[in-house]
Structure formats: C-alpha cells, structure tokens
Ligand binder design. Structure first.
Ligand code: GTP
Ligand code: SPV
Ligand code: MN
Length: 611
C-alpha cells in the first residue's frame, strides 16, 4: 500500500515533501483503495465519472444535480469544535476542546473509514494568488467524496501548481474530510459520531461525517473563516470575517466605494453582493461584485483598510432566487456554467430544476418531478402534500467567473480599499433600516452585539433570536473579548478608517408580519445614504444608537412606500431599545477581557437611552 501510494504521488508530480508526508500519514489511517491528486483541469473528467457513478445527475446543459444524504443538509454547530493546546483559547462560542483529545477522537473515527474508496488530494489556495495574505490561504484537503472535490474546484483555486509561487511551500493548512457511513453515525443522538474539528494552533482541520457544504468544503468555512481568523489574530496581521464585499460606482463622479460586511448565515450577503441598482437609479450607480461570504482584511501601506475575497466561487442559498430578487445569481447559474445544485427539486424527464421562490407556484405538470429527497411529487399524499420541494438550505455552487457583475479588479493581488463596514441580520422589530457610526469602538461594539433571528443554514435553530458577534458565531475560533481587541488593534492602525453601519432589511409590520422594506435591489438606497453621510452630504438625525437618515435623505425615487412604513423604518423605539440594552449587557458579561472602550460604548448608549 505504502509504496504504491508514493509512486502514485510521484506520477502526479507531487514533489513537495510536506504534502507527501501528510498524504501518507492519512492514507495509513483511512486506508483508501486509491489516491488521486486533483487540479481544476480534472473537472470535466471528474464530472463524467460522477455522472457515470450516479453521484451527479445532469440538470440541463452544462449543469449538475447533487442530492445529499437526508440527514446531511446543513452545518452542524453542535458537532463543530475548535481545538488548541491552550485552555485560554476557550471562548463562549468556539466550543473549545484540548487539541490532543480531539485529534485522538477524530483519528480513531477515521480509521479505515475510506476503505474501498478513492482518497482525493485537493491542493488549493484560499486567496488571490500573489496577494499579501496568500501564504495563509494555502491548503491541502483530503476527501473521499468526489462531489466534494467537484464543489471545491468551483469554490477555491485548485491545483498543485498554486504552491509553486508560495514563499514556504510547507506552510499550508492540512485538511481531512471523511464522509463516513451517514446511515450509521447516530445523527442527533447522544452517540453522534460526527465531529468537525479545526485544530487551530496546528493548522489542521479534521471533519468526519459529512459531504455537505461548510461541513465538507474545508477551504471555505473551516479554513477561510475559523483557521484564518485564528491565523489573523496569532500573526497580528489581518481579520478573516464572514463578510460580503461589493463596489458601488457613482457614474457621475467616477468614484467607486467598497462596502463589506457581515450578516449571519442565510441573511442576505449573497443577495446584497450580487445586487443590481434599482431601475430608477441604474443610470447613475453601478454595483460590482467582489465576494459574497468571506473577506480577509488588512492594513495597507497607505493607511487604508484593504479587503480580498479568498474564494473562487459562490455557494449560495437557492431558495427565493428569481428574476426579481437576484437576476445576477440566476445568470451565474444559467445553463453551461457548470453549476452544481444540491437538494433542489429535479425533473427526471427534462433535467429541469425547481426550488421554492423560483416561480410563485411550483410547476403545474407534476410528471417526472422529484423533491430534494428523491421522492416523486406525484406520489405525495395528504400528509406530505405541502412539504417544500427543495430543502430550505439547498445551494448552488458556481465559479466567480460566472457572476455577471464581478468587478474587473476582483482578482487583483493588491486587494481593494474598504470605505464602509456594515453589520446586519434578520430583526423583526427595533432595528431601523440603517444606523451609521464613525467611531471605531462603536463600530466594533455594534459587531459584537449583532443580534438576529437564526436561519436554516444551521441545523435546528431556525427563527430563534440569538447574538452572533460579527456574524462569526458559528466560526469563532478564539475568545470574543480578544476578538474585539484584535479588531480595535488592526483598525486602530488606519489613517483613513471606514465608516460603520448597522442595516436591517427585515423589519416587519407588527400586525400582519409583512416586511416593511421591499429589500433586495432597493437595499442599495440605504448604502447610498451611508456614502452620502460619509461624504458629509447627508447629516441624518443623531440618536443614542447612531445616526439614521431623515426620510428626505433616504432617496426613495421610483419606490412607492407608505409614509407610515418609512417612518417606522427610520424610528428608534427607546423603550424597546432599553430592553435590548439589558439583554446586551448579559451577552457582553459572558466575554472575558472585553476591551474597556467597548464597555464604555455600552454604558454611554444605556445612559443616553434612559434619559
Ligand atoms: P450564507 O450563504 O448562508 O452565508 O447566506 P447569505 O447571508 O449569503 O444569504 P442570502 O443572500 O443567500 O439570503 C438568504 C435568504 O434571505 C434568501 O432566501 C433570500 O431570498 C433572503 N433575502 C436576502 N436578501 C433579502 C432582502 O433584502 N429582503 C428579504 N425579505 N429577504 C432577503
Ligand atoms: C453559511 O452557512 O454561512 C454558508 C454555507 O456560507 S456553508 O458553506 O454550508 O457553511
Ligand atoms: Mn456564509
């Protein structure tokens, strides 16, 4: 076994000793039948193999369909841990465990688990090649699932050649994703065998028991967020955040403004990053896409904040994607793009796909349609008739080059300067459309106290209100107080700091529950106000919790919104906020080493609201 493996790697041109040692170590543990080193150039062949094996189905011309195991449809936060050798790395949200203990547990579970399978070696780069943080983006993922490989090829830059340009080809993240027998892992029982571990101080990621999304595409969440935020802190050099990143060009002045920011999972980052100008403003403003889920941020030599999207693709929520909500996304997943859909509905006869919100009603002709579990829709009975056809967390994976609005400089190694950082989430009351802050501590405080309704992107939590610091709660790798301190340190070095804002597209009418704000493309109006405010052209109204637009300043041309809704969207309810501040006090009290400046923002707001 051992010799064949070394020969196989020789044939594949892997001369990097560190990669060979890593592969060999895990081949010995998981005992696959074959080892295969892959690059993006293998995509067409791997697609064909996956089609032949029935792992993928055709979804029309040049698009593919993947059905996951029914119990493997979202990230499991409960089964996710961050491990290090230092007990002081324990935070409130990182599920800290000792490195040795976790390493031993996962190794044991992975023992022999790839028997009979191919173990794919996926060398990848989570970075724009040549950029200042590229060395932190190098990784090698081992996986025994071919559809995971195909999705990795869409989501990251993949190939051993990427290592040739690195300063230190032995400095890379070691990732292992073994699917395991999903029927026998005891999902949700006290004996649940799954474990998704980032051993951050060893730069090692061991994920056992999934072939789905963030559990399995290790470059994305585990490396791009958990490992990278730990690296950014440990090196003192950067931030890695669950942020989208977009550019807005004012065609009148020729200036481009970049806005990045975090909303919790399934709360609108992809939709915002891909947004187009509302029709009424399209002559003047153009929106460009940089990234929809991850941004790494650092201080540039000119004293400005720079940002870069380390991903090479989009792993987007499919639900409600249509011509009205997100035409750019529809374009990015059109026939011929190589898009892989997971867990939508598919028609056996035509290869068509459908999901809730694609059209107002599902297809009328039921013939050939199967839901995401593979059951024929026509065979449904009374009790299952109303079940969704697609899983709510069904996703598409498509390469960045398919996104029609991608910025010309999205792959420039230097990154792009950031003008504004926004936080947001699903909040049915209290949060106005937008509040702005110029003070750094206020911005960091806002991120730390981000509270929103949880979504289907994590198992079993949909709808519950929870705090989600910087939208990184599921990806936190070190203690929250230190997180805030690191933010203050990095951003404190800037000569030209970005403006901050909190946004909310999800305020509801208390009587009938409808959204007060039309959302989607109209969201650009809030960002345009923020730019006007930053440029000193819109003063807004100052409140205890930030500056909010006056109704006149918020350009509403071409939008027919009732005045009472606008007023509600731009109001601070002091009593409701006082209640929120009490909850925030409890939330913050959990965090050790909370910086003094953050505490004083909290105290100042509480005092002002009480007056
Ligand atoms: P992750 O990929 O899980 O990190 O999610 P995300 O933050 O990128 O969320 P995404 O943009 O995919 O949106 C998730 C869901 O929210 C989709 O079903 C969208 O249709 C819906 N959504 C996004 N933006 C808006 C909005 O402005 N208003 C309303 N009402 N819904 C929105
Ligand atoms: C998220 O849940 O925030 C995602 C999707 O971006 S996943 O890759 O599944 O984590
Ligand atoms: Mn995400």
């Amino acid at each position: 076994m051992t010799t064949t493996t070394i020969q196989a790697l020789d044939v594949a041109g892997v001369t990097n000793e560190a990669i060979r040692d890593f592969v060999l170590e895990w081949v010995t543990i998981t005992t696959p039948a074959r080892v295969e080193v892959v690059s993006a150039a293998d995509d067409a062949r791997l697609l064909q193999e996956a089609l032949d094996a029935g792992e993928l189905l055709q979804a029309g011309e040049g698009r593919y369909y993947n059905r996951s195991h029914v119990k493997d449809t979202a990230r499991s936060e409960e089964r996710t841990v961050v491990a290090t050798s230092r007990p002081t790395d324990r935070g409130v949200y990182n599920n800290w465990r000792p490195a040795d203990e976790v390493d031993a547990i996962v190794r044991e579970r992975m023992r022999g688990a790839s028997a009979g399978k191919t173990l794919y070696v996926v060398p990848y780069l989570m970075a724009v090649p040549g950029g200042p943080l590229a060395s932190f983006g190098a990784g090698v993922q081992l996986t025994d699932d071919r559809t995971v490989v195909l999705q990795m090829i869409r989501m990251a830059r993949v190939g051993i050649h990427l290592f040739e340009e690195l300063d230190d080809p032995e400095f890379f993240v070691r990732g292992v994703n073994i699917k395991g027998d999903l029927d026998a892992l005891g999902h949700g029982t006290p004996d649940d065998q799954r474990m998704f571990a980032t051993i951050a101080d060893r730069r090692t990621i061991l994920h056992y028991g999934s072939a789905y999304g963030g559990n399995a595409l290790l470059g994305k969440i585990a490396h791009g967020l958990r490992q990278a935020s730990y690296d950014g802190w440990a090196s003192g050099r950067f931030l890695a955040e669950q942020f989208m990143l977009l550019g807005i060009t004012d065609k009148q002045t020729g200036r481009t403004y970049r806005v990045c920011g975090g909303f919790p999972s399934a709360s609108g980052k992809t939709n915002l990053a891909m947004t187009l100008s509302p029709d009424a403003l399209g002559d003047r403003y153009e929106v460009e896409f940089y990234g929809d889920d991850i941004a790494w941020l650092w201080v540039g030599e000119d004293g400005r904040l720079y940002g870069m999207n380390p991903e090479n693709g989009v792993f987007g929520v499919v639900k409600d994607t249509n011509e009205m909500t997100n035409p750019a996304a529809l374009d990015a997943i059109r026939p011929g793009t190589g898009t892989i859909f997971t867990n939508v509905a598919r028609n056996d006869l035509t290869g068509e796909v459908w999901w809730e919100g694609k059209t107002p009603e599902p297809p009328e002709q039921l013939e050939g349609w199967r839901d995401w579990t593979g059951k024929l829709i026509a065979d449904r009975d009374e009790s299952t008739r109303d079940n969704p056809w697609a899983h709510p967390n069904s996703r598409f994976a498509t390469a960045l080059t398919n996104v029609p609005t991608v910025a010309f400089d999205a792959d420039h190694p230097a990154g792009v300067p950031i003008d504004a950082i926004i936080f947001g989430g699903r909040t049915r009351d209290r949060e106005p459309l937008i509040r702005a802050f110029t003070d750094l501590a206020e911005g960091v405080y806002d991120g730390l106290t981000l509270g929103a309704e949880a979504t289907f992107a994590a198992e079993g939590l949909d709808g519950q209100l929870r705090y989600d610091p910087m939208s990184m709660r599921p990806f936190m790798s070190y203690p929250e107080g230190k997180y805030a301190e690191h933010w203050l340190t990095i951003l404190g070095q800037l000569q030209h700091p970005p403006i901050f804002a909190h946004v909310n597209w999800f305020q509801r009418d208390p009587d009938d529950g409808r959204f007060l704000w039309p959302g989607y493309r109209e969201n650009l109006r809030a960002l345009l106000w923020l730019i006007e405010h930053k440029e000193g052209r819109a003063n807004g109204q100052t409140t205890a919790v930030g500056v909010i637009p006056t109704p006149d300043e918020l350009g509403l041309d071409g939008l027919d919104l009732p005045a009472c809704d606008v007023e509600r969207l731009l109001t601070i309810d002091n009593a409701r906020w006082c209640e929120e501040m009490r909850r925030r006090g409890e939330h913050l009290a959990q965090f050790a080493d909370l910086p003094e400046s953050i505490r004083s923002v909290h105290e100042r707001i509480t005092a002002e609201l009480g007056q």
